[in-house]
Design a protein around this ligand. Structure first.
Ligand code: ATP
Length: 229
């Protein structure tokens, strides 16, 4: 069985059409990300950014080309293993009515309280949690304490981090964070050393990236460092 532990990602001439549709959403896309690199993905709405993310943990099979993770085609990596190594933070944080602790460990029933706290600290939400009435046992969600948009995003990031992923995919997940908090978060993520792909519209995020990919209509129209673009 192929296993992933480094987190390099290569797209080689990847073409993708959603099942049952005719339009190619991703067109002959190629790029390479080294282990531990941070990449910002920019592009207009509908350019295919979220779709690109879905192809990495193989939520869909591609039409043509190859997606390699640590040099292995993702279609040859056991799905369960592949998805375990990939942390995904969606655009909208999905919290359920339950404790903060349960919300962070969702999908990872073996996480200890120490691991949960560590993930929360990295996600810059630990201090806010400690101010809640029952800290990690506070019930949040529709019928619990309401969290701000930025707090929900950070909780959602903590949920992804507690799995200790090799690859972290963040879909516009820092949009509600102020610059200072985001800078601290990005700093923590650097130390965490997972490969990180961030869909973003923020200049502050792209500035703190090793590589920037600009998508337009399913194609990369510019690629390079923030400075070079
Ligand atoms: P945004 O910035 O608004 O999130 P995006 O760049 O992430 O946009 P995608 O969500 O990847 O863009 O969508 C790219 C295209 O694929 C759009 O035209 C969209 O309508 C189409 N699309 C997305 N999901 C599906 C689906 N499940 N089935 C068919 N078409 C889809």
């Amino acid at each position: 069985e192929h296993t992933i532990s480094e987190g390099s990602i290569s797209f080689q001439n990847v073409t993708f059409t959603y099942p049952g549709t005719e339009v190619e959403i991703i067109k002959k896309l190629s790029f390479h990300v080294n282990p531990g690199e941070r990449v910002s993905i920019l592009g207009a709405t509908g350019s295919g950014k979220s779709t690109l993310f879905q192809l990495i943990p193989r939520l869909y099979d591609i039409d043509q080309g190859k997606i390699l993770i640590d040099g292995w085609e993702n279609s040859f990596i056991k799905l369960e293993h592949l998805r375990k190594q990939i942390g995904f933070v969606p655009q909208e944080a999905m919290l359920f009515t339950g404790t903060v602790r349960d919300n962070i460990m969702w999908g990872n029933e073996h996480a200890t309280l120490d691991e949960i706290k560590e993930a929360a600290a990295r996600a810059q939400i630990h201090e806010a949690i400690m101010k809640l009435p029952k800290q990690y046992d506070t019930v949040v969600g529709q019928k619990g304490v309401n969290l701000s948009g930025g707090q929900k995003q950070r909780l959602s990031i903590a949920r992804a981090l507690v799995r200790k992923p090799v690859i972290l995919l963040m879909d516009d997940s820092t949009s509600a964070l102020d610059m200072k908090t985001e800078a601290r978060l990005l700093d923590e993520l650097s130390q965490f050393s997972c490969t990180t792909l961030m869909i973003t519209q923020k200049i502050s995020t792209t500035m703190a990236s090793d590589q920037v990919l600009l998508l337009d209509d399913g194609e990369i129209i510019a690629q390079g460092s923030h400075q070079s673009l």
